[in-house]
Design a protein around this ligand. Structure first.
Ligand code: TXE
Length: 484
């Protein structure tokens, strides 16, 4: 069994009396690795080392383009080891290998993208008056904390860490207790490439270790992806020290299908949007809003497609893997049992036992129909392969339904009519709207984040670099030189 050390102040920190936690493979239920539940003293030491590294002359002397080259080299390394890292992600999260491979490639793309951006992050000059040069300079914020969830560990680590290093910060990553493997692999690569204290990896339970980090008075930014309640706790802790946060808190995203859409295209989009990573995706298309007159045939075909999906261990590279752990599995299977009792399940709804993988956390891809728009099943994030169907007859009704939850992360609009597509896109309250597609092939370059309780701030794209910089205005008075 792999024993995963932490990486603090340029040293590998192995377990020495601290509590040990087990990491399991969701496909088999077997223990894969063990991690340390970091102590408060270890977290404090990481913050102290980050501060010392950030303020050091050594780090200050690393040029922007050199930081960029390092990140691009990381991308190259990730691609060289893509198959090995895909397997790590597949075993850690349970996701099918093809999806794990896509995550590894996306991580490489983040390093490449932000590596290329590192020496192109420019400030501004502002005209004031003769004799006054006014410059707006972008400086790194300092110590950035990255709290990573378990659904897309490598991608979510890469997207914020690459942007933070590109802008010259000292980063501390806290991987999710269930999925530390690829973050550890990334740490191994960074270990001898950066001054000690610039890249550190902390492990442990979020509820224990998280507050040590988020409430620390000497950090300068927190990037968090996770649930709404934990996001609120993170924000409250940060508020005590007036530390800014970037929060990505999931959603209940709608796919809005009009009767004039290409049904084949829409159906494929709706299906992929909810079964990817077994529905454990912040931007999962968890609600299907379908125009009444198209409903019967659309749903009949969709049910057939759901029933044809293969479910099994990630390494078998089926359509859908297991849920992450016992907790998610018990929560979602109980919720499905209730939905079945209430008569909402039109396909799926049960747990699955896969021969040879009896301890894996498998459930059937599920469609729910007949649910009231205000019901919890249509309002709350389930975080599993469960699609809730709602029906509309007018464009306005579709928009009202789309906007009827507390979330606003992503929306899909499917229509061949230009007016309908543009109008709905303009009225939907979501950070990203996809028309006749869902996800735009990963969208490394596109700002990503939520309206309403889906979060604060934006990740991905050029705009995310602003999370990791602060603005300084320097006004320089000068006078005509006296040359005599
Ligand atoms: O989330 P938490 P959980 C949603 C999804 C899921 C639910 C519960 O609906 O069913 O959350 O999952 C760390 N201070 N999402 O319990 O608690 C923890 O280590 C600082 C949506 O895993 O939000 C973990 O790595 N950090 C989502 C991460 O936060 C803390 C991704 C998320 O944990 C902490 C994951 C604390 N007090 C879950 N407590 C998305 N937006 O994609 C925990 N953590």
């Amino acid at each position: 069994m792999q024993k995963i050390p932490m990486f603090i102040n340029g040293e590998w920190v192995h377990a020495d009396g601290e509590e040990i936690l087990h990491v399991t493979n969701p496909s088999t239920g077997e223990v894969l690795a063990q991690i340390i539940n970091a102590s408060e003293a270890q977290v404090n030491e990481a913050v102290r080392a980050a501060r010392s590294a950030f303020e050091s002359e050594e780090w200050r002397q690393v040029k922007a383009f050199e930081r960029g080259q390092l990140l691009v080299a990381c991308a190259r390394y990730i691609r060289l080891h893509a198959e090995e890292w895909s397997l790590l992600e597949c075993r850690d999260v349970g996701k099918p290998l093809t999806q794990a491979r896509a995550d590894i490639e996306a991580a490489a793309r983040y390093f490449e993208f932000y590596g290329g951006a590192a020496d192109k992050i420019m400030g501004d000059t502002i005209p004031i008056e003769d004799g006054l040069l006014n410059a707006v300079v972008l400086e790194p914020v300092g110590i950035t904390v990255h709290i990573v969830p378990w659904n897309y560990p490598i991608q979510i680590t890469a997207r914020s860490v690459a942007a933070a290093i590109a802008t010259g910060n000292a980063v501390i990553v806290k991987s999710a207790e269930d999925t530390p493997l690829t973050t550890h692999a990334m740490t191994e690569w960074f270990a001898d490439k950066l001054p000690k204290g610039i890249f550190q990896h902390i492990t442990g339970l979020g509820r224990d270790v998280g507050p040590y980090l988020t409430a620390h008075p000497d950090i300068n930014h927190i990037t968090f992806t996770g649930s709404v309640p934990t996001g609120i706790a993170v924000m409250k802790a940060a508020a005590e020290n007036v530390v800014p946060v970037t929060l990505e808190l999931g959603g209940k995203s709608p796919n809005i299908v009009f009767a004039d859409a290409s049904m084949e295209q829409a159906m494929e989009g709706v299906l992929r949007a909810i079964i990817q990573n077994a529905g454990q995706t912040c931007s999962a298309g968890a609600r299907l809003l379908i125009e009444e007159r198209a409903k019967e045939s659309f749903i009949a075909q969709l049910v057939e497609k759901f029933q044809a999906l293969t479910v099994g261990p990630g390494e078998a590279d089926v359509d859908m893997g297991p849920l992450l752990n016992e907790r998610q599995y018990s929560k979602i299977s109980a919720l499905l049992q209730q939905a079945k009792d209430d008569g909402y399940v039109i396909t799926g709804g049960k747990t699955l036992t896969i021969a040879g993988y009896e301890n894996g956390y498998y459930i059937e891809p599920t469609i729910l129909d007949g649910v009231d728009a205000n019901h919890a099943l249509a309002q709350e994030e389930i975080f599993g392969p469960v699609l809730t169907v709602l029906t509309f007859t007018t464009v306005e009704e579709a928009i009202t339904l789309a906007n009827s939850t507390d979330f606003g992360l992503v929306a899909g609009v499917w229509s061949k009519d230009l007016d309908t597509a543009h109008y709905v896109a303009s009225r939907v309250k979501a950070g990203q709207v996809f028309v006749n597609n869902y996800g735009a092939a990963g969208g490394i370059q596109m700002p990503f984040g939520g309206y309403k309780k889906s979060g604060i701030g934006r990740e991905k794209g050029f705009v995310a670099l602003r999370n990791y910089t602060q603005m300084k205005n320097i006004a320089i008075r000068y006078a005509p030189p006296n040359l005599t």
